[in-house]
Design a protein around this ligand. Structure first.
Ligand code: ZN
Length: 195
């Protein structure tokens, strides 16, 4: 009997030790800049407000990608477009998310972005790869973005009181697409009247 209790208590103790790791293990796989072959940023600066109080959701309005290699080349072409055609110092977003279940590191945590002027200094910009004006991202892609947000809060990279908005709330644009915008309106922390 004594050994039964000893085993039982040992089991409970292990559960108590291991359980917090299950709660915290929401961070999706992040493909680093070197892994996707990023060009170096021409310059960078830190967010003015860190951890940032806003998350801005975008879509790329371009092709979707379902494999690691197509997502990498899509992200590279967005970076080329942002630097060479738009004159940005780097890819504009902090992170990009493909339908392959991966997050692609853009400017990354804590760095001032170039995705919506009124919020660049106080937000993390996350771009869904694809055009979601009429169609919805896959469950996998939606879940990856939600996990990235939870992970950011857990790591102290996003304010726990963050407000989530779509690009169109900061500028006249269709981004992040009507269908995706209707989805994020139902997410926790969505802010209908950002300031
Ligand atoms: Zn946008």
């Amino acid at each position: 009997m004594a050994s039964y209790y000893l085993k039982f208590h040992g089991f409970v103790l292990i559960l108590l030790i291991v359980f917090p790791y299950f709660i915290k293990c929401k961070c999706p796989n992040i493909v680093s800049r070197s892994q996707w072959g990023a060009r170096s940023a021409l310059s960078q600066r830190y967010l003015k407000f860190n951890p940032p109080p806003y998350i801005v959701i975008h879509h790329s309005a371009g092709p979707e990608c379902r494999t690691d290699s197509t997502c990498k080349s899509t992200v590279k072409s967005i970076q080329d477009y942002h630097i060479s055609s738009k004159g940005f110092k780097d890819i504009g977003y902090n992170f990009l998310v493909g339908d392959d279940g991966n997050v692609y590191e853009g400017r990354g945590w804590g760095i001032h972005g170039a995705h919506v002027p009124a919020y660049n200094a106080r937000s993390i910009g996350i771009c869904f790869l694809g055009n979601f004006q009429r169609s919805s991202p896959s469950e996998k892609q939606l879940e990856t973005v939600q996990n990235l947000v939870s992970c950011g809060v857990e790591l102290g990279k996003i304010s726990p009181q963050y407000k989530l908005i779509g690009h169109r709330q900061g500028k006249s644009t269709e981004c992040p697409g009507q269908t995706l915008f209707d989805i994020i309106k139902k997410w926790p922390h969505f802010e209908p009247n950002p300031n």
